[in-house]
Design a protein around this ligand. Structure first.
Ligand code: GDP
Length: 414
């Protein structure tokens, strides 16, 4: 790897910001003190003056790269230090032509994550921006966006102020709230795992398709068609969820044993929530009763095929009562209520827009450590130190120079 410090001891870097793979256009960024000089030295404009003389924000058409080079648009971006964005053709060869030229001119090959880090004032904001790119749903993105603009830092800063002024109790309350929100925040990228189980033919595949909104699992009238786990990533009320349809609980001579095997299965064991599916249109079978034994906090009971005449009355069955949600996976009846119940179990108190939400497990760990320190005799200094570390600004971030002496910086406040 190159490591060529420029005149001020800083390194100028180049990274491809667009995703890997083919695309019509790729975006290449050059940043650091010498970004304009380096881009200027390789950019051959079709017309007009050099890139370094172009007004900020003006797109220039030209070429970069060996031989004929790639036809690119280059623009000097506003900000200090200035950055240059190059938009080139999206194929790997065209991108490499451009990046190679910039590297030969003195830029260090880098990554989009590094770009985000370098232009973020704090590690928390940098992490939020990095995760934002990977956010699978709008809701996840909007919570991460709040953290990237300082929501979590503001609440941690407030907590620090409370400890400083002796209001330990209110600081402890904030920490408990943050830890609670963190249970949601740390799931924003991966989502929650919801597993459907039940004997063959009760309608699990149909329900998975209905919840996911499209046909993915094979639905067949012959029992036991879905042999393996079929999983699909989807969003329920804007929350990322991975739905999995386990192989049906097969009717063997030993259903209980079968169920035991299922229960031991990786999926059910690691599920955040199990949806136990019953078929309301046929009498309950012994294997259904085994499903009923799954009942617990992490299980939702569903009585499917409500569009057909009922073969049993939920209220009359011990362990079911009003607890089974009637649905028709085929017609979609009752799905809204089911989704509401699923989300209610997974995210009982969703964070509100603008609220601070820890979104990485290391942040949650520190918050727990601060709570512990605050409870311990003489632990207040340790608690403050931990928050200060979490809020510390990055050394040498692109924007750091302009904020280093701003009021509140020492206290980690934006
Ligand atoms: P699985 O073995 O539990 O995955 O069950 P499937 O999803 O394969 O469904 C078995 C059969 O039941 C198929 O013929 C489905 O069309 C049918 N089915 C599923 N849900 C419903 C429903 O809500 N109403 C009716 N009438 N039929 C359904």
């Amino acid at each position: 790897m190159n490591d060529r410090p420029d005149d001020h001891g800083e390194v100028t870097r180049v990274a491809v910001l667009t995703a890997r793979g083919r695309g019509a256009i790729a975006v290449v960024r050059v940043w650091g003190e010498r970004a304009v000089a380096i881009a200027d030295s390789v950019f051959r404009p079709f017309r007009g003056s050099r890139l370094s003389n172009a007004p900020v924000g003006r797109l220039r058409l030209g070429r970069i790269g060996r031989g004929q080079g790639d036809e690119v648009l280059a623009v000097v971006m506003a900000g200090h230090p200035q950055e240059v964005e190059v938009q080139c053709h999206g194929g790997p060869a065209a991108i490499e032509l451009v990046v190679e030229a910039l590297v030969e001119a003195g830029a260090e090959r880098s990554t989009p994550d590094r770009w985000v880090q370098d232009r973020s004032e704090t590690p928390i904001r940098a992490a939020a921006l990095s995760d934002l790119v990977r956010a699978p749903t709008f809701r996840a993105a909007s919570l991460l966006l709040d953290q990237s603009t300082g929501a979590l830092e503001r609440e941690l800063g407030g907590c620090l102020d409370s400890i400083r002024s002796g209001e330990d109790r209110s600081a402890a309350e904030v920490l408990t709230t943050l830890a609670d929100r963190g249970k949601v925040g740390t799931r924003l990228l991966e989502g929650w795992k919801v597993v459907l189980c039940g004997r063959p033919n009760v309608g699990k595949s149909r329900l998975l398709n209905a919840l996911a909104g499209y046909t993915r699992a094979i639905v067949s009238p012959s029992p036991g068609t879905t042999r393996d786990v079929v999983s699909v990533r989807t969003a329920l009320d804007g929350w990322p969820v991975e739905l999995a349809d386990t192989a049906g609980l097969r009717q063997t001579d030993d259903e209980i044993e079968n169920l035991g095997i299922e229960l031991a299965g990786r999926w059910i064991a690691s599920a955040d929530l199990v949806i136990a599916v019953l078929d309301r249109s046929t009498s309950l079978k012994p294997s259904d009763r085994a499903v009923l034994e799954l009942r617990g906090r992490r299980v939702l009971l569903v009585a499917n095929k409500s569009d057909l005449p009922a073969a049993w009355d939920a209220a009359a069955i011990p362990g079911v009562g009003r607890g089974a949600i009637p649905i028709s996976a085929e017609r979609g009846d009752g799905l809204d209520r089911l989704i509401e119940a699923i989300v209610g179990q997974l995210v009982p108190s969703p964070p509100q827009p603008g609220e601070g939400v820890p979104f990485r497990s290391d942040q949650l760990q520190v918050i727990e450590q601060v709570s512990e320190a605050l409870k311990a005799a003489g632990g207040r200094n340790r608690a403050m130190e931990l928050i200060e570390q979490l809020l510390a600004r990055r050394e040498g971030s692109c924007v750091g120079a302009s904020v280093k002496n701003r009021p509140g910086v020492g206290r980690g406040l934006p």
